[in-house]
Design a protein around this ligand. Structure first.
Ligand code: C2E
Ligand code: MG
Ligand code: MG
Ligand code: MG
Length: 274
């Protein structure tokens, strides 16, 4: 349909499409080949213990080395992969790469205690997910305790029995589970009573404006978020920590782990130092 004849073009624009949509369409069409050709790579960002400063883990973040467009971030392709039904395939590639990398670091001398991998909503809904993850761990030979899975809050917004069963089974494998972007998805927090997770990752937005006009309210909100996590026996990670003063405040509140540019940006696996 992209043929540049007059009629094709007008149909394109009559439909309300614009250059962005055309680019999205092209990227979406390139996804299957990208997956086949192993164009997806992972960057790793440290997770740091706020008390000791030690790196306790790394989060694997997907990047697409697109042959024509260069390196693309997840905001440019995760949604497309979800819409085209390829997120399961991409997610498993990411999982396997991250698990293999954890062992590669180990044989090179030192490795992070765990590697953290993001799961998309559709993956959680997949009845075969637990089996697939177990198979990857088995094939790679990584102990389940060294894998953490991040589930966005929006994925557990409506917890049905199926989702709960999946999370329980994952926990049963020995995998660590955390809720990602906590505080952004859903106002009804009662789901916390049901979910078998080990931790929460506070969305970066809770660190905004901590020295602005509403500083004391912002700090009160942050304190409340940390204490919700702790009251449920969960480890609390703060995301998007960029400044020393944010880290100091979080440490004072008893927040457990932190992740952000202050401690390190996402980088290629060969550059990670433990
Ligand atoms: P996320 O899981 O919440 O990951 C944290 C995002 O915040 C990453 O963006 C990271 O680069 C960014 N970040 C970390 N520290 C800072 C900081 O101090 N300041 C700022 N401004 N940003 C910081 P990235 O890599 O662009 O990933 C965006 C999102 O894409 C991720 O958010 C995650 O939801 C999703 N994503 C990434 N990789 C995967 C994947 O393999 N599978 C799935 N399903 N989603 C993924
Ligand atoms: Mg981003
Ligand atoms: Mg994450
Ligand atoms: Mg997050």
């Amino acid at each position: 349909w992209a043929k540049a004849d007059g009629r094709g073009r007008s149909a394109l624009f009559d439909a309300g499409r614009n250059a962005d949509d055309v680019a999205r369409y092209a990227l979406s069409a390139a996804l299957p080949a990208g997956l086949r050709n192993d164009e997806f790579v992972l960057a790793y960002q440290p997770l740091v213990d706020l008390r000791t400063g030690a790196m306790v883990g790394v989060e694997a973040l997907a990047r697409w080395r697109h042959p024509a467009r260069g390196e693309l971030g997840p905001h440019e392709f995760i949604g497309l992969a979800e819409d085209s039904g390829l997120i399961g395939t991409l997610g498993l590639q990411v999982l396997e790469k991250a698990c293999r990398q954890a062992l590669r670091w180990e044989s090179a001398g030192s490795a992070p205690p765990f590697v953290s991998v993001n799961l998309a909503v559709q993956q959680i809904r997949d009845p075969a997910l637990v089996g697939r993850i177990a198979a990857v761990l088995d094939r790679v030979g990584l102990p389940a305790g060294r894998l953490q899975l991040e589930i966005t809050e929006s994925a557990v917004m409506s917890i049905d029995d199926h989702t709960l069963g999946t999370l329980r089974a994952l926990r049963g494998l020995g995998v660590r589970l955390v809720i990602d972007d906590f505080g952004t998805g859903y106002a009804n927090l009662s789901y916390l009573c049901d979910l078998p997770v080990h931790g929460l990752k506070l969305a970066a937005q809770f660190l905004r404006d901590l020295d602005g006009r509403q500083a004391s309210r912002r700090a009160a909100l942050l304190e409340a978020m940390v204490s919700v996590g702790h009251r449920f026996g969960l480890a609390v990670t703060a995301e998007g920590v960029e400044t020393r003063s944010q880290a100091d405040l979080l440490r004072g509140l008893g927040c457990d782990l932190a992740q952000g540019w202050l401690f390190g940006r996402p980088i290629p696996p060969g550059e990670v130092r433990f």
